[in-house]
Design a protein around this ligand. Structure first.
Ligand code: NAP
Length: 262
């Protein structure tokens, strides 16, 4: 694989994806930008071509639409220049579970989980064959926090985290780096989609700072990067507690507390 493989970024028309595109262009990587809004991607691509000289392709795709998704999958499978997938496109919907429509939560899953999974599945065998490359999945701290009250969104982000951790274990030994990035509140348009005014919120990170920190984790080959978390030992302790529980889960009999009548 080339020293600077092409990078396919989903959700590259704005927000975190556009910041990833900019940073990888400045590092000298050619790009494939994927989102629905062609005009925005054209504007970003024109600026980045001018400023960095990299080659940039644009693929207009609604990743909730099977035909569009299949076209991006084919590109990832067939284009051997692409060595890095930034699985970033995602959205959120407002309201509590009982007011969210079944159709809306299913659409959320299509983008935040099915597309993420299918794109990773499309590129992973080729990267494993090459023994190189990277898959970055953008999760969220909401994915470890049912307490935050964004249940379905958080469930999709828990999926992204688990998928990343599992793929890291499977693909890491084959030379493929897999990273989960868990932003917390970041200043992008996503907040408008859930009916929140980001300018009235405290503790919101700027998108460039978020992506620059995520790329420090990327360069260090961290499996999980949580840019706003001050003390990484809290994450390490959480993982250690989970791992300590695992050997106890394989038992012939139910736990004693379930073998009593009361
Ligand atoms: P954003 O500003 O709303 O950008 C979302 C991107 O995804 C846009 O480029 C959008 O482009 C694209 N997109 C949306 N629906 C799509 C579809 N059906 N098909 C293809 N592309 C689609 O949001 P963001 O904050 O940058 O979010 C990026 C990722 O970060 C998401 O996975 C989000 O869950 C995660 N995240 C964000 C925050 C935060 O506070 N901002 C926190 C944690 C995690 P088009 O509209 O042009 O399609």
């Amino acid at each position: 694989m080339a020293a600077h493989p092409s990078v396919l970024v989903t959700g590259a028309s704005t927000g975190i994806g556009a910041a990833y595109a900019e940073r990888f262009a400045r590092r000298g990587h050619d790009l494939v930008l994927v989102a629905r809004n062609t005009a925005r991607m054209e504007a970003l691509a024109a600026r980045l071509r001018e400023e960095t000289g990299v080659a940039i392709d644009i693929v207009t795709a609604d990743l909730t639409q099977p035909a569009d998704l299949a076209a991006v999958e084919a590109r990832l499978r067939d284009d051997a220049r692409i060595g890095i997938l930034i699985n970033n496109a995602g959205t959120a919907i407002g309201g509590s579970f009982i007011v969210q429509s079944t159709e809306d939560v299913a659409q959320l899953l299509a983008l935040n989980t099915t597309a993420v999974l299918r794109l990773a599945s499309a590129i992973a065998p080729r990267l494993a064959q090459a023994g190189a490359g990277a898959i970055v999945n953008i999760g969220s701290v909401v994915g470890i926090a049912p307490e935050f009250g964004m249940t379905v969104y958080g469930a999709t982000k828990a999926f992204a985290l688990f998928l990343s951790q599992g793929l890291s274990l499977e693909l890491g030994p084959k030379g493929v780096y897999v990273q989960a990035v868990l932003p917390a509140a970041t200043r992008t348009e996503i907040w408008g989609h859930v009916g929140a005014d980001v300018d009235t919120m405290a503790g919101v990170m700027d998108v460039e700072e978020l992506v620059d920190a995520a790329l420090v984790g990327f360069d260090r080959r961290e499996a999980v990067t949580i840019p706003p978390l001050p003390d990484v030992e809290q994450w390490n302790a959480y993982q250690a507690a989970r791992q300590a529980m695992l050997p106890n889960t394989r038992q012939e009999h139910a736990a004693a507390r379930y073998r009593t009548a009361d």
